[in-house]
Every structure is written in C-alpha cells, then in structure tokens.
Design a protein around this ligand. Sequence first.
Ligand code: HEC
Length: 434
Amino acid sequence: MAAPIPRDIPLPLPAPEGFLEILLVVAFLVHIVFVHLMIGGSLFSLVCQIRGLKVPDYEKLAYRIMQLVTVNKSMAVVMGVAPLLIINTLYAPQFYASSALIGDMWMAVIPLVTLAFLLAYVHKFWWRHFINIPELHIGIAALETALFLFIPLIFMTNVNLMLFPEAWPQVKGFVSALLLPNVIQRYLHFLSATVLSSSLLLVWWTGRKSFAQEVQFSKVRLLDVRRFFYAFAFGATLLQMLTGLLVFVSLPAQGMGWGFTLLLMLGGASALPAVYWMWQNLTRTDHLLDDNFKRIIASFACALVLMGIARHDYRENALADHQSAIKEKTANYQAAVKVAAEEAQLAAKALEEQPRGAGEIAFEQNCAACHHATLPTVGPSMQEIKELYAGDPSGLIAWTKAPGKKRPDSMAMPSFAHLSDAQLTAISGYILSH
Ligand code: HEC
C-alpha cells in the first residue's frame, strides 16, 4: 500500500468499539435525516416561493415551509455533534488527515453555516418586509439554499477522502479531493435523498388535519399540492436508485465485500414497494391513500437503516488494512520508545555508579569553592584556566603552589603548596581534560 501510515496516539477508547460503531450508525442516520429535511425544506420553500409569483397560494405555502426549516436546522446541528465526535474517536488518524488536507474549506464550514443560518432567519422572520420586493426575497432564499446545498459537499469530500489514504499524497486541497472518482456521484445520491425525504415530509405535513386552518388556499386544491410533492418524491426515488448505482460502480474495490453488496441489494429492494405505492397515489385524482404513505415510510426506513449499515461496513472494509498498519506502526514505535527509555536509564545509572576520579575529588575539596566550571566567581572559571594552561599542566601546578597576583579586581589566590605532587597532578589533569 502506497498510503502514508501515520502513528497513532494510543489512548483507550471511551467505550467498547462495537458499541461506538452502532452509536455512530444510529446517530449519523438521525443527523442526516434532519440535514435532508433542513436542506430540502429550504429548497422547497424557494421552489414554492418562485411558483408563488404566479400562483399566490404557493407563496403562503413557502412561508409555512420555512417554519419547518428552522426547526429541522436546530435538530440537524444538535444531532450532528455525536457522529462527528464518534468519527473523530474511531478514525482519529484518518479523519484528522483528511480534515487537514482540505483544511481551508473544512474551516470555512463554520462561517458558511453561520451565514446560511442568518440568511434563513432573514428569509423567515422578515417575510413581510419583503412583500413588495419579492425578487430580493427570492434572491436571499436562493443564496441560503445554495449555501445549504454546498456545505454537505465539504463534509462529503472529507469523509470520502478519509476512506482512501492512498489518495492523500496526490490531494492538494479541497478541489482535488472533490475530484476523486466517486464524490460527485455520492453528492448526487445525497441530493436526491434530500428531495425525496423532504417531499415526503411535506406530503405528511400538508396532510395533517390542522393544515387546512394553518394555510388557507384560495384557488389551489390541497390534493394537487400534495400530489405536487408526491411527484418530487417519485422522481427523486428513481434518481436515488440511479445515482446509487453510479456510486456503487465507482466505489474503489478495496471496501467491497459480500456483506456490503448484500446489504445494498436488500436496501434497494426494500425501497422498491415504495415506488409502487407512490405511483398509486400520484395517479389518483380523488383522494390520496393515507395507508400507502405509512407503507412508503416503513419501506424507506428499512432502506435507510440497511444503507446506513452498508455505508459503515464499506468504511470498515476500506480502512481495515490501513488501520492495522497504523496499529502495527504505533506498537513498533511504542516498543522503540520503551527500549530507548530503558537504555537512557541504564546509561544514567552507569554514569552515577562510575567511580569518580581522584582529580575530580581533590578539585572539589580544594578549588571548587572559588572556581566554577563555566562562570567567573571568586577566581576565573575552569574553562578560562583550561584555555590558559592547555598543554601546560606543569605551569598550572607551579601557579597553584605559588600563585602570583594577576587580575587587578581579584583577591590573591592562596597557595596550595601543602598538597602532594600526585594530588596536584591529578587536579591539573582533571581541569585540563574537563
Ligand atoms: C579562596 C579562593 C581560591 C581557591 C580555593 C583557589 N583559587 Fe585559584 N584563583 C583564585 C583567584 C582569586 C584567582 C585570580 C588571581 C589573580 O588573577 O590574581 C585564581 C586563579 C587561579 C588560576 C589562574 C592563574 C592564571 O594564570 O591566571 C589557576 C590556574 C588557579 N587559580 C588554580 C587553582 C587550583 C588548582 C586550585 C585548587 C587547588 C585553586 N585555584 C583554588 C582563588 C582561589
């Protein structure tokens, strides 16, 4: 594998790995459903508002849909914390690497999300202020929607890049990571899921008993509005299947496995009945079958769970080799650190246990009080003495026996003529070799 293998920081996981994986799949699915509803709501509010230019009833609908967006937005953000934390925990080296490789754009998520939310608030809370300038209002809604649509692309680029460490050396920033073989397909698959889930939400929401009081249409029939959303759901489902297929064929083989393929097939199959039930409702002209709606939701819920598990399974397969390589590298590094620490300890101990030379002992007893190793104190430093008497031990000994008076600011050095020649030789040897 030509992938860079980072070294991990071996900390224990805060919970059993299997539990964290289940939690990741569940928390991610909850999060992504609200993300879809938030983005799709913004998109549908825009679509209805544009349609409202000609059919004013749709403008009322657009306003009501915007109420849903801000609720779903809060849910999406709150429910996004858990999966982000867990992915950071389970795939720390990979996620860190991919985040760093698209660093600028990854950081830009914060201002972009902030801006998108602020625009959503302006769009929703100042609805009446824009009544006479619908173009500007629609422009704001369009910018908000465009941001909402763009931000998931950053997330998707990141989680895709983390799956393929062998691509890391070639990737130079966001755009090149975006152009990796299967990002665009994944994004289109994501977009069709956005349209699908939010149009189904709107089918349900416009079908509630209280809806007729909340939004009073003057011309448009509620049935037609609901069929309008069914049409989107139907079309999005077909697109979903097509783009799903494109994702599947563009996925690098390293993550493929029988379990994964089986899960995908089961997921796709469990969505098929929903296509039929949607078609049934779409073609009715009298009233919609509410039981069909429940069935549709049940069938999509099955598909969603199976796809969610498949997605995780692919990631585990794709990263299996890389993760074990990191584990091995980390273990080797840990072992090397341990050996080095032991060696250093042994060396320190050996140094301590080494018998100190007679010269060193005699120096400390007789001279160290006035001569520091490097700094001038009462007398000049050992270093200075060494420079003065390099290669001249007898000169040093002669001075020590009968010191002269050299430095004007210093006191006179006392004589050490009482020491034996052997001691003086040892001392001078120590100073000059130090
Ligand atoms: C009580 C303080 C004191 C002690 C103890 C002492 N010295 Fe000194 N030593 C001095 C002072 C002060 C000078 C600077 C004298 C001067 O420049 O006139 C000096 C200077 C020297 C010099 C420099 C000579 C030069 O040519 O500049 C040497 C060499 C020296 N000491 C060696 C020794 C040795 C070896 C011992 C221990 C056996 C020792 N000293 C102990 C105070 C001391």
